[in-house]
Design a protein around this ligand. Sequence first.
Ligand code: GLA
Length: 376
Amino acid sequence: MTDLKKYAYKVSAAGRVNIIGEHIDYCGGKVMPAALSLKNTVYVRPNGTDKINLSWTTLPGSVSFDIASLGSYRDMPYGKYQAGSAFLWQRAGHKIVGCDMLQDCTVPFGSGLSSSAAIEVSTIAALATVAGEPFDRAEVALTAQAAEREYAGVNCGIMDQYASACGKKGMAMLLDCKTLECEYIPFELGGWSLVITDCKKPHNLVESKYNERRAETEEAFAVLKEHVPSAACLADITPGQFARFSRLLPAVIKKRAAHVINECERVKLAEAALRAGNIEALGKLLNASHDSLRDLYETTGSEPDVLADAARSHPACAGSRLTGGGFGGCTISLVRSECEEQFKNYLLKAYREKVGYDAVCYSADISDGIIVEKIN
Ligand code: GLA
């Protein structure tokens, strides 16, 4: 067992769920994520050398990066996200000092709960902290997003890294991805609970059609903006404008854009429902979001569909949807709290019967994003 007291700081960043607003961040609209108590924690101390030494609680061995050549670790099997995050933070003009880092990740990998964002954000925050630099959370998020694009090859939006850095305990975030303005809405569900369930079909956005979907939305916007010059991004197109001009789009592109336009409307309704404490209305919006991801955006897949359908067939469930990039990963379900255990048993049994292997429910609270604690 490693002696954690020998480290100077404990710096963590959160995984996230997205409550609603899926595949909207890179279209410039509003999304509603929340940071989770599942997180990546970095124990860090200065080591007086010109190297970053990295080890993990869950992996044997360690790796070292030269501070002078942080850009040269792209092909490492383990540690490239950390090296990439450090490199991009350095490239943005920040000081990097030699340090030892021990990383401990409780966000399940490949679950669609943004383990990579939690790793990138916490690594950057730890490097700034050990260098004695105050940091701006939004800048950390933007740098982490750049690392995800350059090092993981996912042309992602800003939602995951922003939630990981700037989330607040007990709060849903209403993040405008065009301006990065963020409102915090108390995530108060009354007698309802949020159940997170992993379909355990590995989700890998690099190998998936994530980048293709993004390109399809760009194609849609390139056509629509000719007719709506005031729009700066696809999310700016109103449902009325879309109804007028959508006939100009090829069939598949029209479906993708229809998802985006409708999902932006659902985010507005979800904000109102959450503020009003109307969880049944929020649940219906979750269902509509999943159906749109399944039928129009085509990012769900059979296992997440089985999970969402099984959840909805339970009488204590107000709604259920796949959260995150898709093609596997986790669903979120709104469930009457007094029936939570019974619901989970029902859901896991139904899934096993239909799919032939086990799904898993995770316990997590809505938590703070980056947390820095001094150890000694
Ligand atoms: C992934 C990406 C995010 C976002 C979601 C879909 O999680 O990293 O930027 O696009 O998919 O909403």
